[in-house]
Design a protein around this ligand. Structure first.
Ligand code: FE2
Length: 378
């Protein structure tokens, strides 16, 4: 593994807090080899890099999976006494790192701390024959962290210390699901803490609340939640923050907080250009989705107006549709990725709409609550 050394002092810049996008998401899981296999063979990701015993690590193994601009890292522990083991014992499989690409990691770290962030890892540089990467890490909600990544033209497979993985012959994913971008990553935080974290993203990272989705109260017969969406200036990084709101029964956010043992990333939304084909492929590969009630499709044409997709396809595949001022979007949610009812994927296709499917929340949450009820947690 490449050695880390303190980074040199950062050059001053004009932009108050430049963010270039989400560099990668790292999930800490119970079995990284099988998580990587799932992402490769069910979700069609390309397994491009690896770090573990063979590369000199003694405590963990990490697999890097790439598709479109989406880069996921799954990490598992090799021993019982590591931070990864402790994190997994407490939280189960979940997102540990939401890494943000920046032009200057040391500057981002210094500015974030000056604005009130808690430092987790000081600026450091790692280098190999493919170049140099600088990183620094601050705390976010729960035990989730943000790592600033300054790649500066790094040409390796992922980061110094990772070995490139050669494609393992013909893959079953040929013609399979095609994901393009990471659309958003949603935080679930405790009741009364949403505005704290909205303030964190505004004050520390210079993000702003998306106007068309302000202070949304989402309620079903049984429960409610509040959600605000924070975004960077370019809209490349979108981080909704949910908190449970008082309801007659416990909300999906309450269930997440119980089984994640605290706040964490609730879902990872991936964009596709053809959600019908993508969901077909994922179903063939055994991926299961939240069921949508048949009645949802009865009033769909009246609610969303004309759409290009076949209503029969959407109904058959349980795909949801929502319209806003700028167009419409199609979305569907997987069941939780691990054993606990916590983190899951959203598949989303945007046809102009820039929202998050607020009009679907009631239908979605009623579907979620049916699942929650079957687990005895409603
Ligand atoms: Fe979402």
């Amino acid at each position: 593994m490449a050695s880390f050394a303190p980074a040199e002092a950062a050059a001053p810049q004009g932009d108050p807090f430049p963010l270039l996008g989400i560099d990668h998401l790292e999930l800490w899981v119970g079995n990284a080899a099988q998580a990587a296999f799932f992402l490769e063979h069910a979700f069609g990701f390309h397994h491009v890099a690896y770090a573990g015993l063979e590369t000199g690590l003694r405590d963990r193994a990490s697999h890097v999976l790439v598709q479109g601009t989406v880069r996921l890292v799954v990490t598992g522990t090799l021993r019982g006494d590591t931070p990864v083991a402790a994190h997994h014992a407490r939280h189960g499989d979940g997102v540990k790192v939401i890494a943000l690409a920046v032009p200057d990691a040391a500057r981002a770290y210094a500015d974030a701390l000056a604005r009130g962030a808690t430092g987790i890892a000081e600026p450091a540089r790692a280098a190999d024959e493919d170049g140099t990467v600088r990183t620094a890490t601050i705390a976010a909600y729960g035990e989730t962290v943000h790592t600033f990544v300054e790649r500066d033209g790094y040409a390796g497979a992922f980061l110094p210390g990772y070995a490139a993985v050669e494609p393992a012959g013909p893959r079953g994913a040929a013609g399979g699901p095609v994901f393009e971008d990471l659309d958003h990553v949603v935080a679930n935080v405790e009741a009364g803490r949403m505005d704290h974290w909205v303030g964190f993203y505004a004050d520390v990272l210079g993000m702003a609340q998306m106007r068309h989705f302000s202070d949304e109260a989402i309620a079903t017969e049984h429960s409610a939640l509040m959600s605000k969406v924070m975004a960077d200036g370019t809209g490349r990084i979108k981080l909704p923050v949910n908190e449970p709101a008082p309801g007659r029964r416990r909300s999906q956010v309450d269930e997440f907080l119980e089984f994640n043992e605290g706040p964490g990333a609730q879902h990872i939304a991936l964009t596709t250009r053809d959600i019908v084909a993508t969901v077909e492929h994922l179903r063939v590969r055994g991926v299961t989705f939240l069921p949508t009630p048949d009645a949802y499709y009865d009033d769909l044409p009246a609610r969303v107006g004309p759409i290009d997709e076949s209503l029969e396809d959407l109904h058959r595949l349980g795909i949801l549709v929502d319209r806003d001022d700028e167009g419409y979007l199609l979305q569907v949610f997987t069941r939780p990725l691990g054993d606990r009812p916590t983190v899951f994927f959203e598949i989303i296709q945007r046809r102009g709409a820039r929202g998050f499917g607020a009009g679907n929340f009631k239908a979605l949450f009623e579907a979620l609550e049916r699942e929650q009820d079957r687990r005895g947690n409603l």
